[in-house]
Design a protein around this ligand. Structure first.
Ligand code: BES
Ligand code: MN
Ligand code: MN
Length: 456
């Protein structure tokens, strides 16, 4: 066993304890009340880098601070930029957690806490692999830059601006991100595609006040009913989105991808059982994996109107609202989708209803070429740590900043997710498998060695 792997084994328990310190900070980026906690999390991450002797800066922004750290220069060696995020999603519903979200708890080989897998635990694997090199070898074999942000879960606005203004400081040969999942338990993956997203809030207003539904019902449009009709009309019973032009720019799955996905050891029944549903749905003509990874979708994310209290109230509500989003695939342009959506809504809006559409973050999907020496290096590192080669997957989720890295730094991203689909990201009882955590650190340490072999 190499000195580095020995070091990792000997320090495993301390690595977990340190991660718990970060997990105790409720750095919820969508909630303005947690501003101080975001600052504390940034400082905690920066302190890790400073202790390793990296040149470290906590960079204030209009939003949450960025942490940028750089290892001592290794002339002639490639430079990898490690990206991750220290912000987390809100923990609610709190009553569904077995142990409190910001009191990390070890149970059955897992560590439970908000942020355990998304993304504090995964991001931290690259910090500890750098530590191992510096403690055992006294140096890293390549140049590492760490860029850890606190607004990923709310659209990365400040980071986007920083990259545009300071691309020179972030110059690199490849970007490394661990903020996703393996294909399945014990089946590591290199992810070569992410979906994009277009997210909206739609507000409908009808009469100038709530009305008695007996006195007025049947004479004017009910905003809640109108909203339900609009949302339901967005997608048909074959799973096809009905907005004209929506599919115009979609890149079709290649026959090769389709046969590769079909060959993956995917157990659909087990997938459905795990989330407690008795059947799958989606766009006709595509397999479940194809629909999750490579086809666009429509989802209602929030819905409100009328009386929500106990018992019945005969009311015709004055307003109704929904949050909804499309996951986009490569080549679909969020701005074009918005324009198409607006004209579709304008045509369908019934009499007596006014609509207001609010646009949140939009991001295109990405596809990353697999025929690079960086991908080959990552595959060898994964083989070393997980004991088997990776499969090549796409993911349905979005990491909007990957497109910015591509466009502004001209660097491709290695998406090396150490998590699992059932880690409960964004959900109660979020966890990371401790085995995955340590395998991730081991793979990361090997990755620096493998990347160092690439001639620039
Ligand atoms: N880590 C996820 C993205 C992800 C999920 C990648 C699953 C791969 C597999 C990230 O933190 C996230 O939640 N992203 C948001 C983006 C949104 C806020 C723009 C998402 O996908 O909803
Ligand atoms: Mn994430
Ligand atoms: Mn997330």
């Amino acid at each position: 066993m190499s000195g580095i792997d020995q070091y990792l084994e000997s320090q495993a328990a301390r690595f977990e304890d340190e991660l718990c310190q970060l997990l105790r900070i409720p750095s919820i980026s969508t909630d303005a009340q947690h501003g101080d906690d975001l600052g504390r999390a940034a400082d905690w991450v920066a302190d890790q880098f400073r202790r390793l002797g990296l040149t470290t800066e906590v960079i204030p922004t209009a939003g949450n601070p960025l942490v940028l750290a750089q290892s001592p220069p290794v002339p002639g060696a490639p430079t990898a930029l490690v990206y991750g995020h220290y912000d987390v999603q809100p923990p609610d519903p709190l009553d569904k957690w077995t142990t409190p979200p910001f009191e990390p708890a070890r149970r059955d080989g897992n560590l439970y806490a908000r942020g355990a897998t998304d993304d504090k635990g995964q991001m931290f694997t690259h910090v500890k692999s750098a530590e191992a090199w510096l403690k055992v070898e006294g140096r890293l074999p390549i140049n590492l830059k760490f860029l850890i942000e606190g607004e990923e879960e709310v659209g990365s606005t400040s980071l986007e601006k920083f990259i545009v203004e300071h691309a020179d400081r972030l110059a690199c040969d490849c970007v490394v991100i661990s903020d996703g999942a393996q294909f399945g338990a014990g089946i590591p993956a290199i992810t070569y595609g992410l979906r994009g997203i277009a997210y909206y809030e739609l507000r409908l207003s009808g009469p100038n006040r709530d009305l008695h539904s007996g006195t007025f019902g049947g004479s004017v449009t009910n905003p809640a009913t109108a909203l339900a009709r609009l949302l339901a009309a967005m997608i048909d019973e074959h799973g096809r989105i009905q907005i004209p032009g929506f599919y115009d720019d979609v890149v079709p799955l290649s026959p090769r991808e389709r046969s590769e996905y079909a060959a993956l050891p995917f157990d659909e029944q087990q997938y459905l059982r795990q989330i407690g549903v008795d059947g799958a749905t989606g766009e006709e003509g595509y397999t479940l994996l194809e629909r999750r990874w490579a086809r666009p979708t429509f989802d209602v994310n929030g819905l409100w109107s009328g009386y929500q209290g106990e018992g019945a109230k005969t009311v015709l509500p004055a307003t109704a609202g929904a949050k909804f989003s499309f996951r986009l695939v490569p080549n679909q342009d969020p701005a074009k989708i918005t324009a198409a959506l607006k004209s579709w809504l304008a045509q369908r809006c019934p009499p007596g209803i006014k609509t207001e559409l609010i646009e949140f973050h939009g991001a295109p999907g990405v596809l990353i070429p697999l025929d690079s020496p960086y991908v080959a290096a990552a595959a060898r590192a994964i083989q070393h740590a997980f004991g088997r080669p990776p499969v090549y997957t796409r993911e349905g989720g979005s990491i909007p900043i990957v497109t910015t890295f591509h466009n502004r730094l001209k660097a491709d991203t290695l998406l090396l997710g150490w998590g699992r689909d059932d880690d409960n990201a964004h959900s109660p009882n979020e966890k990371i498998s401790l085995a995955d955590f340590h395998h991730g650190i081991k793979a990361s340490a090997k990755l620096w060695e493998e990347l160092a072999k690439i001639k620039k």
